[in-house]
Design a binder for this molecule. Structure first.
Ligand SMILES: [Zn+2]
Length: 462
């Protein structure tokens, strides 16, 4: 029996440092899931089934609890063990690091970090999102109790009421787990700063994990060109240590895909082409982005077309409408990536998430992976949690298969990778098993084998 590969997942834990990435996932994910829940609740209200509505609510809160428990695991090894308990031992995984500190580098030339001025906005937004969740849980429980107590005696007695008790307990449990900034200890400035300075911890943890499971774990190192010396260190030292299989880029954090240090002779892309090192770049229209309102750029950005910038780019205020989409457009537009590919046509690049959230991007990525000039260009389906379409820009897995995969040539089918985005996907899916079962429903066994085994092996170079 052959193995499968999850080409895109995350194992960094929030235990030691209350990872800011995890905090943002809560800020982005909770409102989205609550909206979905409201739609389901509305539909169930029409059916007048309060007990089904309670079960639906329990499912949402359990999902949130599972996300938190996983994110706050004691170690990266514990998160890996959770993946294994869903996947079984047949799966091998490619965990990607994340560089949080560089998200706050406003001045590229001096490398100065500006976190403190944004700290209040982040804590306020977190508290707002969390309080909204608590308020909606409380009012739902109140409503449910009122409906149940107004029911006819016979109807009421015919039902099992343990669900409402469970819901109440779950909501209390989440209230205490999410009270991160009510705790005096954590609210101190030093601990807030530690939210972002965990690059070395990740580097250390992932190296240990690779040493413990050399044949199961294929880590990708986060490289942000603004982290001083990291590209040279990777080229001259880290790569030879055989811990990292590839490189992770996350350009909405505030740098250009065509950043000078990535593009220059002897820079990162040059090295990756020479050694056939795979690069995975975050490429959805949502996710994390720099909260800064001005960043110093050295390379190409997109602003009604690709433009060269060597200086400051102004951005809208963090948490204002479409602020993530604005940064995604400026720093991650596929037209910028095409410029990278034109210069490095054999670069082994994976534009991750297949541009989820932007139909135009998806068409563009599809054209690029179909282009025979870019032989090593890939895309992955990580965090594709929905089977059905949400809207035109956020199609589900079934539509991906019908619109893009089914009639693709063998060549193009060879460019698509399976990934989960575990555990960041846990807000949007009940479990890794249910995530995987969507794929098994859509992809016939031999096609799943193609994206999770054949293509992955070639991309990872294993
Ligand atoms: Zn990811």
């Amino acid at each position: 029996m052959e193995n499968f590969y999850d080409s895109h997942c995350h194992l960094f834990t929030g235990k030691e440092t209350i990872n800011l990435r995890l905090l943002f996932e809560i800020i982005f994910g909770f409102p989205k899931e609550q909206q979905k829940d409201q739609a389901v609740q509305k539909m169930l209200t029409a059916k007048r089934d309060i007990f089904e509505r309670i079960r639906e609510k329990i499912q949402l809160l359990k999902r949130i609890r599972n996300f938190l428990k996983t994110g706050f695991s004691d170690s990266e090894g514990d998160i890996l063990a959770k993946m294994e308990s869903s996947y079984g031992v047949r799966f091998k995984v490619a965990p990607l690091m994340f560089d949080l500190e560089c998200v706050f580098v406003a001045e590229r030339t001096s490398g100065s970090v500006d976190f403190l001025t944004h700290q209040e906005a982040i804590v306020t937004e977190y508290n707002r999102v969390v309080n909204e969740l608590h308020a909606s849980n409380k009012s739902f429980i109140q409503e449910a109790i009122t409906i149940i107590s107004g029911m006819k005696m016979a109807d009421r007695l015919s039902q099992d009421h343990s669900d409402i008790t469970e819901l109440h307990q779950l909501s209390l449990e989440l209230e205490s787990e999410l009270a991160l900034f009510k705790n005096e200890k954590i609210a101190t400035q030093n601990l807030l700063v530690s939210l972002i300075s965990n690059y070395d911890i990740q580097l250390n943890d992932i190296s240990q994990l690779k040493n413990s499971y050399p044949n199961d774990v294929y880590p990708f190192i986060a490289i942000d060109p603004r982290r001083e010396g990291i590209i040279d260190k990777f080229i001259n030292q880290i790569y030879a240590e055989n811990i990292f299989c590839g490189v992770k880029l996350y350009t909405p954090n505030g740098y250009s895909p065509a950043d000078t240090d990535l593009m220059k002779p002897g820079g990162l892309y040059d090295f990756c082409v020479q050694h056939n090192v795979p690069i995975t770049a975050h490429h959805s229209f949502s996710g994390f982005a720099t909260p800064l309102s001005s960043v110093e750029i050295d390379g190409l950005i997109y602003d009604k077309g690709v433009q060269e910038v060597h200086g400051y780019v102004s951005l809208s205020k963090v948490f204002s409408a479409s602020w993530v989409q604005e940064r995604a457009t400026r720093f991650n537009h596929p037209d910028i990536w095409e410029k990278v590919m034109e210069k490095y046509p054999t670069l082994k690049l994976n534009l991750a998430h297949f541009g989820n959230g932007n139909a135009e991007w998806q068409k563009k990525i599809y054209r690029m992976i179909s282009n025979p000039k870019y032989v090593n260009m890939h895309t992955d389906l990580s965090c594709w949690c929905n089977l059905k379409d949400q809207d035109n820009d956020e199609i589900g897995l079934q539509s991906f298969y019908d619109l893009y995969y089914k009639n693709a040539s063998e060549y193009v089918k060879g460019k698509i990778l399976y990934g989960s985005d575990f555990y960041l996907d846990l807000i949007y899916t009940d479990s890794l098993s249910s995530y995987l079962s969507n794929f098994n429903e859509v992809f016939p066994a031999d096609e799943f084998k193609r994206i999770a085994f054949t293509n992955a092996k070639r991309f990872l170079g294993v």
